[in-house]
Design a protein around this ligand. Structure first.
Ligand code: E4P
Length: 215
């Protein structure tokens, strides 16, 4: 499973990129609003840092509008992935982008049937939202498991991006059930690194080393 970063904050992208684990970035209108910057400026800056897929989301509700927006965004770089909501109009737009060789990420996926439709329309990626499902007492990890099995059974090339990840358990769980990618907030990347026994171990090695030097 690869790691994407779910953010529009440039400093976070630069920092995670230095770790050598960054395979792509996902943004959405809420994340862009949080960055306080102009969407297309942020997108262009992200593209100067990241070689992998960078998801940029369309706002229009109708296929025609999505296509117009998506084509303008796709012109910024080969690695721009057009993020399209899971609606009938979204599927029409995905079908169009797929024929033109433009990568797509169908977002706001909450059921296996939605994922199957998106894959059949030609989506490059589908994004099941784990945390938001957990919030309403459903099992987000189970959804990723169902989608992964279905795609394998029917040999669908669409990749699963586990999204709306809230904590480290989500990460190892979706890796085990077959997500191709997990898109993580910066805070979760930092949590993944941490373990109290690692911190205690470093402390103890340092103390023992200093004791040995004093002898
Ligand atoms: C994914 O592409 C979305 O941007 C994101 O994971 C949504 O996460 P949230 O439910 O924490 O807003």
């Amino acid at each position: 499973m690869k790691f994407f970063l779910d953010t529009a904050i440039i400093e976070e992208i630069r920092e995670v990129n230095e770790l050598g684990i960054l395979a792509g970035v996902t943004t959405n209108p809420s994340l862009i609003a949080k960055s306080g910057r102009i969407f297309e400026e942020v997108l262009q800056e992200i593209l100067t840092i990241v070689d992998g897929s960078v998801s940029a989301e369309v706002i229009s509700r109708d296929a025609e509008g999505m296509i117009q927006e998506g084509e303008r965004l796709a012109a910024y770089g080969k690695n721009v992935t057009i993020k399209v909501p899971m609606t009938l109009e979204g599927l029409k737009a995905v079908h169009h982008f797929s024929k033109k060789g433009i990568s797509t990420n169908v977002t706001l996926i909450f059921s296996a049937n939605q994922a199957l439709l998106a894959a059949r329309a030609g989506a490059t990626y589908v994004s099941p939202f784990l945390g938001r499902l957990d919030d309403i007492s459903h099992d987000g990890v189970q959804l990723v498991d169902e989608i992964a099995r279905m795609f394998e059974q029917h040999q669908l090339p669409t990749e699963i991006i586990a999204a709306s990840i809230r904590h480290p358990y989500h990460v190892s769980a979706v890796a085990q059930v077959g997500a191709h990618i997990a898109t993580l907030p910066y805070s979760v990347i930092k949590q993944l690194v941490k373990h109290p026994l690692t911190d205690q171990g470093i402390e103890k090695f340092e103390q023992d080393w200093e004791k040995a030097l004093k002898k």
